[in-house]
Design a protein around this ligand. Structure first.
Ligand code: ADP
Length: 539
């Protein structure tokens, strides 16, 4: 009789807990147990001692048993047998303290637990328990007070679960988290109060675990951020979206600020109820300082480039006006020198005639230089109107400029139906410059052989000028495109050093690209590429 009463009271107090834990097992077998709308007789059946026995006996993962008021075991389920290794007949009648470690026994733990459960109705604990063979397991224990209708204590219900593996996993995880130095990792309750703290957090923020336990995490925020409610907004965002990441200034214990990258993650239980947050903080101050330093350098560089471009443009403008103004006196020098040569040559001695010859040659060189500079200035300034240009015509134009002396050395392979979008005169000048270089820079004693060809590919047309000349060493292939950059003295190969600068500037202004491939002693291929054009259309 007493046993039935016990069972009824135990059923009332622990059935909710057990049902919650084992509903997946039984739910699959008997849906009526879960249904809140079951008929009254189903409910009565559900609350009958038989069903309760069935329930308790079917639980293999939990030890569920009864104790009399003194703590002697009075029932035993298969879960208890599985967990603690005792058979019912071996253990019933024994005191439940047999499951406690020597240490806990000496500390009076079993008595303490019964006393608390007796006084408060319930006692929950986690700790080591001992099996029959002496081995230990980490247990989650719930002891529930059982009373009869007149509120007299009739015993206790005890539910024990083996959570050794979960604890080991938790310990492993905690050890891992705690050993992380570069990240501050801590957890908070749902209100933002700190509940755990790793060494990384201590290192980054300067507080020890004891100092921050229970404090609100807004402690690490700047006064402005706290006033604007940022910490709570972060929690709200994390609760809403699962997690929230951001970067911003945070404050260390010593008041110094650091630039933090943070991720806050909402922690929810199986039912989806928010029970806290985890927060990972990384000190990004060094990276931020580095990025700012880099940006400062980049800005400075940008200013210098702009200044240089500006002074280059001014220099080019100056060179252009000087060249322009030099033309008249230069014409006078050439004119008078030639007049002197024609009219007074006989009055000069041999040396005088040689000097005069030098003046005329120097003036001619200067004239070429002035012409080239003017051309470079013109290409840089004038508005180059682009239109479909027939490549074969342009090449023909450049060949005529070169004259008969060289044209024999050049083999031209350009299809008459290739059109490019270009400025005709500028493109003729570019082609001329490339061809004249190709024939000029031949090896001594080897006559120049030049091939000019063009091909369309992917909407562009590439024109290549291939020579068998002296070639260009790799370290010079960039600088030869700059004004006045020459690799040879004027006696060996005459020139002004402006031809390729004109090519580069003109092609760039026409929206194309240019380049060179070369091998010293074997020859060079200079190429330009321009957008292909449709002769009928706009380009
Ligand atoms: P210039 O021909 O008046 O010297 P450029 O600007 O046309 O000036 O060329 C710059 C330099 O590039 C030349 O002085 C020469 O050293 C090198 N170069 C140009 N074209 C060739 C080529 N086809 N073969 C070898 N070197 C070349």
């Amino acid at each position: 009789m007493r046993c039935w009463l016990c069972l009824r009271v135990l059923r009332a107090s622990v059935v909710g807990f057990v049902l919650g834990k084992i509903k997946t097992i039984l739910g699959a077998r008997d849906m009526s147990i879960k249904s809140p709308n079951s008929a009254t007789d189903s409910l009565t059946r559900l609350h009958s001692p038989e069903v309760f026995h069935l329930l308790v006996d079917s639980v293999a993962d939990y030890a569920i048993f009864l104790l009399d008021p003194e703590g002697n075991i009075s029932s035993w389920n298969p879960g208890a047998e599985r967990l603690k290794q005792y058979k019912a007949e071996e253990i019933i009648g024994k005191h439940f303290s047999v499951f406690y470690t020597q240490h806990d026994l000496e500390a009076g733990k079993p008595e303490h637990e019964l006393r608390v459960a007796g006084e408060t109705g319930r006692f929950e604990d986690e700790g080591w328990r001992v099996k029959k063979d002496g081995s230990r397991f980490w247990a989650n224990v719930v002891i529930t007070r059982l009373c009869d209708e007149r509120d007299n204590l009739i015993g206790f219900g005890k539910i024990t679960r083996d959570i050794t593996e979960r604890r080991a996993a938790e310990l492993r995880f905690r050890t891992l988290v705690e050993s992380v130095l570069d990240y501050g990792i801590f957890s908070m309750d749902s209100g933002g109060h700190i509940t755990s703290w790793n060494v990384g957090a201590e290192r980054i923020k300067g507080y020890s675990a004891e100092e921050v336990a229970g404090k609100h995490f807004s402690l690490f925020y700047t006064e402005e951020d706290r006033r604007s409610g940022l910490p709570n907004r972060i929690l709200q965002a994390a609760a809403e979206h699962g997690h929230f990441g951001a970067e911003g200034w945070r404050v260390r214990k010593d008041g110094r600020r650091f630039w933090a990258s943070i991720v806050v993650t909402a922690l929810r239980d199986e039912e989806g109820v928010l029970y806290g947050f985890s927060k990972v903080t990384r000190d990004m101050s060094d990276r931020k300082a580095l990025l700012e330093e880099l940006k400062r350098h980049a800005d400075e560089l940008e200013i210098r480039v702009q200044e240089r471009e500006q002074s280059n443009a001014e220099l080019e403008a100056f060179a252009y006006s000087v060249s322009h103004d030099l033309r008249a006196p230069l014409r006078a020098i050439v004119g008078f020198a030639e007049a002197l040569q024609e009219d007074c040559s006989k009055d000069l001695d041999q040396q005088g005639r040689e000097y005069l010859e030098e003046i005329i040659k120097a003036a001619a060189r200067m004239n070429t230089l002035v012409q080239d500079l003017l051309e470079y200035g013109r290409i840089s300034r004038v508005n180059l109107q682009l239109a479909p240009v027939n490549l074969k015509d342009v090449v023909g134009n450049a060949m005529r400029q070169l004259g008969n002396d060289y044209s024999g050395a050049i083999d031209v392979q350009v299809s008459p139906d290739l059109w490019v979008l270009a400025h005709e005169q500028a493109l003729a000048q570019v082609t001329f410059n490339l061809l004249s270089n190709a024939v000029k820079f031949h090896k001594k004693g080897v006559s120049a052989e030049v091939h000019l060809s063009a091909a369309a590919h992917n909407g562009s047309v590439r024109l290549s000028v291939i020579d068998n000349g002296i070639g260009i060493a790799p370290q010079h292939r960039e600088r030869i495109w700059q004004v006045f950059e020459r690799l040879h003295d004027r006696e060996t190969y005459p020139g002004t050093g402006i031809g390729l600068a004109i090519v580069k500037r003109a092609i760039g202004r026409m929206g194309g690209t240019c380049g060179v491939e070369s091998e010293v002693g074997k020859g060079s291929t200079f190429w330009i590429e321009l957008p292909q054009a449709d002769p009928e259309g706009e380009g």
